[in-house]
Design a protein around this ligand. Structure first.
Ligand code: SAM
Length: 258
């Protein structure tokens, strides 16, 4: 990506309530799957928190501390502003760090193990197996993990979906393959569920798509930027036509005692 394309990518996402499919009810549902395994004031690590849609849901429901990590400072600033306005129950600490450098980049925050690691729409950045290997030692002996991951919902996707994701996310797996990855990484799966289609549209694709029409006019003479806009539109159009073939899946697991 050129600098101008990167800037456009962030312009497309700026000010949105979330940077990936997800919704409050699903975050709460995943938390219910682990709630009884948490101490009263857990230490939580939220990886790739973005502007913190899920961070704020967790912070309203939990006592304790949430270290919310992202490498995009404007997202963290927006999260910090929302924390100041909302006074959540948990103590939320936004932390600018690169997921590729975790745990070193966490600094003193990683000195004590976490009771729970949360990651909505972010583990793909490291690759799921690599991310699970990084997460495992950061958790307490019976710590819990909840993450969402783009997942094939069919063994036989259409040619259109297969071709698009072969280019955009070739590592995408089926639910069965991801369950196996989680188990092989030293976790017991507590549950998984597919996020509803509305969680793609309501806070994410619909506002992004509205923005694309304006940006198409603004950048009508910049072919490299029109390419980014067309790629984003293609992703949305694909989901509109093939939502039953792939989706975001919440996986919830507990570290297996060694
Ligand atoms: C798909 S978004 C998900 C954000 C949020 N969890 C949500 O569901 O709305 C992925 C997030 O990871 C962040 N990110 C991307 N690369 C990163 C990296 N190398 N280190 C840390 N964060 C990164 C992005 O800034 C973005 O906020």
């Amino acid at each position: 990506m050129t600098d101008a394309q990167r800037a456009l990518f962030f312009e497309i996402h700026a000010g949105l309530p979330q940077q990936a499919p997800g919704d409050e009810a699903s975050t709460r549902r995943a938390l219910r799957l682990v709630a009884e395994r948490l101490p009263t004031a857990p230490r939580v690590l939220d990886l790739g928190c973005g502007t913190g849609r899920q961070t704020l849901v967790l912070a309203a429901l939990l006592d304790g501390e949430i270290v919310a990590v992202d490498n995009h400072r404007p997202y963290l600033d927006r999260l910090a502003a929302q924390i100041q306005r909302g006074h959540p129950r948990a103590d939320v600490r936004p932390l600018e760090a690169d997921l590729h450098d975790v745990p070193d980049a966490l600094g003193p925050a990683a000195a004590e193990p976490f009771d729970m690691i949360w990651a909505e729409g972010s583990l793909y950045l490291l690759g799921l197996a690599a991310a699970l290997a990084v997460i495992h030692p950061l958790l307490h002996a019976e710590g819990v993990l909840a993450f969402t991951e783009l997942t094939w919902l069919t063994e036989e996707p259409s040619d259109a979906a297969r071709a698009f994701w072969a280019a955009e996310y070739p590592a995408m797996q089926t639910v069965a393959a991801n369950r196996a990855l989680v188990r092989d990484a030293g976790f017991d799966l507590l549950g998984d569920f597919v996020l509803p289609e509305a969680s793609w549209w309501d806070g994410y694709y619909r506002p992004v798509e509205a923005r694309l029409s304006r940006l198409r006019d603004e950048h009508a003479h910049a072919p490299e930027l029109l390419d980014v806009i067309a790629a984003t539109q293609a992703e949305i159009d694909l989901y509109r036509a093939h939502a039953e073939e792939y989706g975001y899946v919440f996986y919830v697991a507990q570290k297996r005692p060694s």
